[in-house]
Design a protein around this ligand. Structure first.
Ligand SMILES: [Zn+2]
Length: 353
Protein backbone atom coordinates (compact mmCIF):
# COMPACT_ATOMS: atom_id res chain seq x y z
CA UNK A 1 0.00 0.00 0.00
CA UNK A 2 1.09 3.57 -0.23
CA UNK A 3 0.10 6.97 1.02
CA UNK A 4 -2.34 8.44 -1.47
CA UNK A 5 -1.93 11.99 -0.18
CA UNK A 6 1.61 12.06 -1.48
CA UNK A 7 0.96 10.71 -4.92
CA UNK A 8 -2.65 11.43 -5.80
CA UNK A 9 -3.20 14.89 -4.51
CA UNK A 10 -6.25 15.49 -6.76
CA UNK A 11 -8.12 12.64 -5.18
CA UNK A 12 -6.91 13.65 -1.76
CA UNK A 13 -8.43 17.12 -2.28
CA UNK A 14 -11.75 15.44 -3.06
CA UNK A 15 -11.66 13.75 0.31
CA UNK A 16 -10.53 16.94 2.01
CA UNK A 17 -13.47 18.89 0.50
CA UNK A 18 -15.84 16.24 1.78
CA UNK A 19 -14.27 16.66 5.18
CA UNK A 20 -14.80 20.44 5.09
CA UNK A 21 -18.50 20.15 4.27
CA UNK A 22 -18.97 17.47 6.91
CA UNK A 23 -17.22 19.74 9.38
CA UNK A 24 -19.64 22.61 8.61
CA UNK A 25 -22.60 20.30 9.14
CA UNK A 26 -20.97 19.20 12.34
CA UNK A 27 -20.64 22.82 13.53
CA UNK A 28 -24.36 23.41 12.85
CA UNK A 29 -25.25 20.22 14.65
CA UNK A 30 -23.22 21.35 17.65
CA UNK A 31 -25.48 24.38 18.08
CA UNK A 32 -28.56 22.19 18.06
CA UNK A 33 -26.98 19.64 20.34
CA UNK A 34 -26.14 22.37 22.87
CA UNK A 35 -29.86 22.77 23.58
CA UNK A 36 -30.78 19.11 23.22
CA UNK A 37 -27.87 17.70 25.20
CA UNK A 38 -29.47 17.64 28.69
CA UNK A 39 -32.50 15.76 27.32
CA UNK A 40 -30.35 13.36 25.28
CA UNK A 41 -28.04 12.71 28.19
CA UNK A 42 -30.95 11.79 30.43
CA UNK A 43 -32.34 9.36 27.83
CA UNK A 44 -28.89 7.99 26.99
CA UNK A 45 -28.14 7.28 30.66
CA UNK A 46 -31.26 5.15 30.98
CA UNK A 47 -30.36 3.23 27.82
CA UNK A 48 -26.71 2.85 28.80
CA UNK A 49 -27.64 1.33 32.14
CA UNK A 50 -29.98 -1.18 30.53
CA UNK A 51 -27.48 -2.05 27.75
CA UNK A 52 -24.62 -2.55 30.16
CA UNK A 53 -26.74 -4.87 32.28
CA UNK A 54 -27.73 -6.91 29.21
CA UNK A 55 -24.18 -7.12 27.87
CA UNK A 56 -22.77 -8.21 31.20
CA UNK A 57 -25.18 -11.11 31.19
CA UNK A 58 -24.78 -12.26 27.61
CA UNK A 59 -21.42 -11.27 26.09
CA UNK A 60 -18.46 -13.38 27.00
CA UNK A 61 -15.45 -12.21 25.00
CA UNK A 62 -12.58 -14.72 24.99
CA UNK A 63 -9.19 -13.23 25.74
CA UNK A 64 -6.76 -12.66 22.88
CA UNK A 65 -3.30 -14.19 23.25
CA UNK A 66 -0.59 -11.92 21.87
CA UNK A 67 1.93 -14.74 22.44
CA UNK A 68 0.02 -16.92 19.97
CA UNK A 69 -0.36 -14.07 17.46
CA UNK A 70 3.40 -13.42 17.70
CA UNK A 71 4.10 -17.10 17.00
CA UNK A 72 1.84 -17.06 13.93
CA UNK A 73 3.79 -14.06 12.61
CA UNK A 74 7.10 -15.82 13.31
CA UNK A 75 5.91 -18.93 11.47
CA UNK A 76 5.06 -16.92 8.35
CA UNK A 77 8.38 -15.09 8.43
CA UNK A 78 10.20 -18.42 8.80
CA UNK A 79 9.07 -19.35 5.27
CA UNK A 80 11.07 -16.36 3.99
CA UNK A 81 9.60 -13.58 1.84
CA UNK A 82 6.15 -14.69 0.63
CA UNK A 83 6.60 -13.37 -2.89
CA UNK A 84 4.18 -14.58 -5.60
CA UNK A 85 5.49 -17.42 -7.83
CA UNK A 86 7.98 -18.70 -5.22
CA UNK A 87 8.13 -21.90 -3.20
CA UNK A 88 7.82 -19.82 0.00
CA UNK A 89 4.48 -18.55 -1.27
CA UNK A 90 3.19 -22.11 -1.76
CA UNK A 91 4.52 -23.35 1.57
CA UNK A 92 2.96 -20.43 3.46
CA UNK A 93 -0.36 -20.80 1.60
CA UNK A 94 -0.50 -24.45 2.74
CA UNK A 95 0.32 -23.39 6.29
CA UNK A 96 -2.40 -20.72 6.35
CA UNK A 97 -5.09 -23.01 4.90
CA UNK A 98 -4.17 -25.88 7.23
CA UNK A 99 -4.13 -23.61 10.27
CA UNK A 100 -7.55 -22.12 9.51
CA UNK A 101 -8.92 -25.66 9.05
CA UNK A 102 -7.36 -26.73 12.34
CA UNK A 103 -9.17 -23.80 13.97
CA UNK A 104 -12.53 -25.01 12.65
CA UNK A 105 -13.00 -22.81 9.59
CA UNK A 106 -14.37 -23.94 6.27
CA UNK A 107 -11.55 -23.00 3.90
CA UNK A 108 -11.54 -21.96 0.25
CA UNK A 109 -8.35 -21.29 -1.71
CA UNK A 110 -9.20 -18.90 -4.52
CA UNK A 111 -6.52 -19.15 -7.21
CA UNK A 112 -6.12 -16.80 -10.16
CA UNK A 113 -3.41 -15.69 -12.57
CA UNK A 114 -3.15 -11.93 -12.34
CA UNK A 115 -1.04 -9.65 -14.48
CA UNK A 116 1.35 -7.31 -12.67
CA UNK A 117 2.12 -3.76 -13.83
CA UNK A 118 5.26 -5.06 -15.58
CA UNK A 119 3.44 -7.84 -17.45
CA UNK A 120 4.52 -10.66 -15.12
CA UNK A 121 1.78 -13.27 -14.64
CA UNK A 122 1.39 -13.85 -10.89
CA UNK A 123 -0.17 -16.98 -9.45
CA UNK A 124 -2.35 -15.48 -6.74
CA UNK A 125 -3.87 -17.47 -3.86
CA UNK A 126 -6.53 -15.80 -1.73
CA UNK A 127 -7.26 -17.87 1.37
CA UNK A 128 -10.75 -17.62 2.82
CA UNK A 129 -11.79 -18.98 6.24
CA UNK A 130 -15.53 -19.16 6.86
CA UNK A 131 -17.17 -19.39 10.29
CA UNK A 132 -20.89 -20.06 10.69
CA UNK A 133 -21.53 -20.20 6.93
CA UNK A 134 -25.33 -20.20 7.20
CA UNK A 135 -25.54 -16.96 9.19
CA UNK A 136 -27.03 -14.09 7.22
CA UNK A 137 -25.34 -11.40 9.30
CA UNK A 138 -21.62 -11.50 8.61
CA UNK A 139 -18.46 -9.56 9.37
CA UNK A 140 -15.47 -9.60 7.04
CA UNK A 141 -11.93 -9.43 8.47
CA UNK A 142 -9.00 -9.24 6.08
CA UNK A 143 -5.26 -8.75 5.64
CA UNK A 144 -2.77 -9.29 2.85
CA UNK A 145 -0.36 -12.15 3.32
CA UNK A 146 2.16 -11.61 0.51
CA UNK A 147 5.36 -9.64 1.04
CA UNK A 148 6.83 -7.02 -1.27
CA UNK A 149 9.36 -8.34 -3.79
CA UNK A 150 11.54 -5.22 -3.53
CA UNK A 151 12.78 -3.18 -0.59
CA UNK A 152 12.48 -0.09 -2.76
CA UNK A 153 12.24 2.26 0.22
CA UNK A 154 15.50 0.99 1.71
CA UNK A 155 18.10 3.74 2.18
CA UNK A 156 20.84 1.44 0.84
CA UNK A 157 20.66 1.04 -2.95
CA UNK A 158 22.20 -2.45 -2.62
CA UNK A 159 19.10 -3.59 -0.72
CA UNK A 160 16.46 -2.08 -2.97
CA UNK A 161 16.15 -5.10 -5.27
CA UNK A 162 15.89 -7.57 -2.37
CA UNK A 163 12.49 -8.85 -1.18
CA UNK A 164 11.27 -7.69 2.23
CA UNK A 165 10.53 -10.08 5.08
CA UNK A 166 7.20 -8.35 5.73
CA UNK A 167 6.95 -9.17 9.44
CA UNK A 168 4.82 -6.08 9.96
CA UNK A 169 3.74 -5.38 6.37
CA UNK A 170 1.81 -8.57 5.77
CA UNK A 171 2.44 -11.12 8.50
CA UNK A 172 1.26 -9.01 11.46
CA UNK A 173 -2.36 -8.64 10.30
CA UNK A 174 -2.50 -12.32 9.39
CA UNK A 175 -1.04 -13.29 12.79
CA UNK A 176 -3.72 -11.32 14.65
CA UNK A 177 -6.46 -12.86 12.50
CA UNK A 178 -5.11 -16.39 13.01
CA UNK A 179 -5.31 -15.93 16.77
CA UNK A 180 -8.86 -14.63 16.38
CA UNK A 181 -9.63 -17.68 14.22
CA UNK A 182 -8.33 -19.94 16.99
CA UNK A 183 -10.74 -18.25 19.40
CA UNK A 184 -13.63 -18.48 16.92
CA UNK A 185 -12.99 -22.22 16.73
CA UNK A 186 -13.23 -22.52 20.50
CA UNK A 187 -16.26 -20.26 20.92
CA UNK A 188 -18.34 -19.22 17.91
CA UNK A 189 -19.39 -15.56 17.79
CA UNK A 190 -23.13 -14.80 17.41
CA UNK A 191 -22.71 -13.86 13.76
CA UNK A 192 -20.96 -15.31 10.72
CA UNK A 193 -17.34 -14.27 10.23
CA UNK A 194 -15.23 -14.49 7.09
CA UNK A 195 -11.47 -14.11 7.31
CA UNK A 196 -9.69 -13.45 4.03
CA UNK A 197 -5.94 -13.47 3.53
CA UNK A 198 -5.43 -11.62 0.25
CA UNK A 199 -2.48 -12.35 -2.00
CA UNK A 200 -0.58 -10.01 -4.35
CA UNK A 201 -1.31 -6.79 -2.47
CA UNK A 202 2.25 -5.55 -2.42
CA UNK A 203 3.42 -6.06 -6.03
CA UNK A 204 2.54 -2.45 -6.92
CA UNK A 205 4.72 -0.50 -9.32
CA UNK A 206 7.82 1.04 -7.74
CA UNK A 207 8.17 4.80 -8.05
CA UNK A 208 11.19 4.27 -10.29
CA UNK A 209 9.10 2.37 -12.85
CA UNK A 210 7.11 5.48 -13.80
CA UNK A 211 4.37 3.12 -14.99
CA UNK A 212 0.75 3.86 -15.84
CA UNK A 213 -2.13 2.79 -13.58
CA UNK A 214 0.10 3.05 -10.54
CA UNK A 215 -2.75 3.03 -8.03
CA UNK A 216 -4.50 -0.03 -9.47
CA UNK A 217 -1.24 -2.00 -9.69
CA UNK A 218 -1.63 -2.65 -5.93
CA UNK A 219 -4.08 -5.01 -4.19
CA UNK A 220 -4.50 -7.34 -7.18
CA UNK A 221 -5.75 -10.30 -5.12
CA UNK A 222 -8.38 -8.12 -3.48
CA UNK A 223 -9.47 -6.59 -6.77
CA UNK A 224 -9.95 -10.10 -8.15
CA UNK A 225 -11.95 -11.32 -5.14
CA UNK A 226 -14.13 -8.19 -5.06
CA UNK A 227 -15.13 -8.88 -8.68
CA UNK A 228 -15.37 -12.66 -8.10
CA UNK A 229 -16.41 -13.21 -4.48
CA UNK A 230 -16.26 -16.78 -3.11
CA UNK A 231 -20.06 -16.67 -2.69
CA UNK A 232 -21.99 -15.00 -5.56
CA UNK A 233 -23.50 -11.74 -4.31
CA UNK A 234 -21.46 -11.97 -1.11
CA UNK A 235 -22.02 -9.19 1.37
CA UNK A 236 -21.22 -8.42 4.98
CA UNK A 237 -22.38 -5.91 7.58
CA UNK A 238 -18.91 -4.33 7.38
CA UNK A 239 -15.27 -5.13 6.73
CA UNK A 240 -12.11 -4.48 8.72
CA UNK A 241 -8.64 -4.54 7.16
CA UNK A 242 -5.55 -5.00 9.32
CA UNK A 243 -2.28 -3.80 7.83
CA UNK A 244 0.95 -3.16 9.72
CA UNK A 245 -0.61 -3.74 13.13
CA UNK A 246 2.43 -5.02 15.04
CA UNK A 247 4.90 -2.11 15.23
CA UNK A 248 6.17 -0.91 18.62
CA UNK A 249 4.17 2.09 19.90
CA UNK A 250 2.13 2.08 16.70
CA UNK A 251 -0.59 4.67 16.32
CA UNK A 252 -3.67 4.07 14.19
CA UNK A 253 -5.37 7.26 13.04
CA UNK A 254 -8.75 7.54 11.34
CA UNK A 255 -7.73 6.73 7.77
CA UNK A 256 -9.56 8.97 5.31
CA UNK A 257 -10.97 6.43 2.84
CA UNK A 258 -12.33 4.46 5.81
CA UNK A 259 -13.83 7.67 7.13
CA UNK A 260 -15.46 8.44 3.79
CA UNK A 261 -17.08 5.02 3.29
CA UNK A 262 -17.56 3.75 6.84
CA UNK A 263 -17.11 6.44 9.50
CA UNK A 264 -19.60 4.63 11.79
CA UNK A 265 -17.35 1.55 11.76
CA UNK A 266 -14.31 3.70 12.49
CA UNK A 267 -16.28 5.15 15.44
CA UNK A 268 -17.26 1.67 16.62
CA UNK A 269 -13.70 0.30 16.59
CA UNK A 270 -11.96 3.41 17.94
CA UNK A 271 -14.44 3.84 20.78
CA UNK A 272 -14.20 0.14 21.65
CA UNK A 273 -10.41 0.47 21.80
CA UNK A 274 -10.66 3.56 23.99
CA UNK A 275 -13.05 1.85 26.41
CA UNK A 276 -10.59 -1.05 26.75
CA UNK A 277 -7.73 1.34 27.56
CA UNK A 278 -6.03 1.24 24.15
CA UNK A 279 -6.59 4.90 23.29
CA UNK A 280 -2.86 5.51 22.92
CA UNK A 281 -2.84 3.13 19.93
CA UNK A 282 -6.21 4.05 18.37
CA UNK A 283 -5.75 7.79 18.18
CA UNK A 284 -8.80 9.89 17.49
CA UNK A 285 -7.14 11.98 14.78
CA UNK A 286 -7.40 12.32 11.04
CA UNK A 287 -5.01 9.92 9.31
CA UNK A 288 -3.70 9.54 5.78
CA UNK A 289 -5.49 8.55 2.58
CA UNK A 290 -4.10 5.12 1.86
CA UNK A 291 -4.43 2.92 -1.23
CA UNK A 292 -5.00 -0.44 0.40
CA UNK A 293 -7.24 -3.51 0.09
CA UNK A 294 -10.22 -1.78 1.71
CA UNK A 295 -10.47 0.67 -1.22
CA UNK A 296 -11.52 -2.12 -3.60
CA UNK A 297 -13.80 -3.83 -1.08
CA UNK A 298 -15.59 -0.51 -0.61
CA UNK A 299 -15.72 0.48 -4.28
CA UNK A 300 -16.51 -2.88 -5.87
CA UNK A 301 -18.56 -4.81 -3.30
CA UNK A 302 -20.12 -1.86 -1.45
CA UNK A 303 -19.28 -3.46 1.92
CA UNK A 304 -18.39 -0.50 4.18
CA UNK A 305 -14.81 -1.24 5.17
CA UNK A 306 -12.11 0.39 7.25
CA UNK A 307 -8.34 0.11 7.41
CA UNK A 308 -6.47 -0.21 10.70
CA UNK A 309 -3.01 0.85 9.59
CA UNK A 310 -0.04 2.40 11.32
CA UNK A 311 0.41 5.96 10.15
CA UNK A 312 3.02 8.56 10.97
CA UNK A 313 2.30 11.98 9.49
CA UNK A 314 5.81 13.14 10.35
CA UNK A 315 7.71 10.47 8.43
CA UNK A 316 8.55 11.11 4.79
CA UNK A 317 6.41 8.21 3.55
CA UNK A 318 3.58 8.33 6.09
CA UNK A 319 4.70 4.92 7.39
CA UNK A 320 7.30 3.60 9.84
CA UNK A 321 10.96 4.03 8.91
CA UNK A 322 11.36 0.31 8.12
CA UNK A 323 8.39 0.21 5.71
CA UNK A 324 9.43 -1.48 2.43
CA UNK A 325 12.98 -1.95 3.69
CA UNK A 326 14.95 -5.06 4.64
CA UNK A 327 14.40 -4.05 8.30
CA UNK A 328 10.73 -5.09 8.29
CA UNK A 329 11.61 -8.05 10.52
CA UNK A 330 10.51 -9.60 13.83
CA UNK A 331 12.56 -7.03 15.77
CA UNK A 332 9.81 -4.53 14.89
CA UNK A 333 6.96 -6.67 16.18
CA UNK A 334 5.65 -5.75 19.62
CA UNK A 335 3.24 -7.99 21.53
CA UNK A 336 1.64 -4.98 23.26
CA UNK A 337 0.48 -3.60 19.93
CA UNK A 338 -0.81 -7.02 18.83
CA UNK A 339 -2.72 -7.25 22.11
CA UNK A 340 -4.32 -3.82 21.64
CA UNK A 341 -5.52 -4.61 18.11
CA UNK A 342 -6.56 -8.21 18.76
CA UNK A 343 -8.41 -7.50 22.00
CA UNK A 344 -10.26 -4.57 20.46
CA UNK A 345 -11.40 -6.61 17.46
CA UNK A 346 -12.45 -9.56 19.64
CA UNK A 347 -14.75 -7.21 21.56
CA UNK A 348 -16.11 -5.71 18.35
CA UNK A 349 -16.91 -9.10 16.80
CA UNK A 350 -18.30 -10.82 19.90
CA UNK A 351 -20.58 -7.86 20.63
CA UNK A 352 -22.26 -8.14 17.23
CA UNK A 353 -25.75 -9.64 17.23
ZN1 LIG B 1 3.60 -2.95 1.66
Amino acid sequence: MFNLCEKFKVKAVFFCEKSVSLWLIYLDMRKILFFLLPILQFTACNHATRNTQTEQKTVNVPSFSSDSAYQYIQQQVDFGPRVPNTSAQLACANYLSATLKRFGAEVIEQKADLQAFDGTMLHSINIIGIYNPKAITRVLLFSHWDSRPWADNDPKPANQKKPIMGANDGASGVGVLLEMARQFGLQQPNIGVDIIFFDVEDYGSPESSGGQNTEDSWCLGTQYWAKNPHVPGYTARYGILLDMVGGPQATFQREQISEYYASNIVNKVWSQARSLGFGQYFVDQKGGTITDDHVYVNKITGIPSIDIIQFDANSGTGFASYWHTVDDTMKNIDKNTLKAVGTTLMHVVYNEK
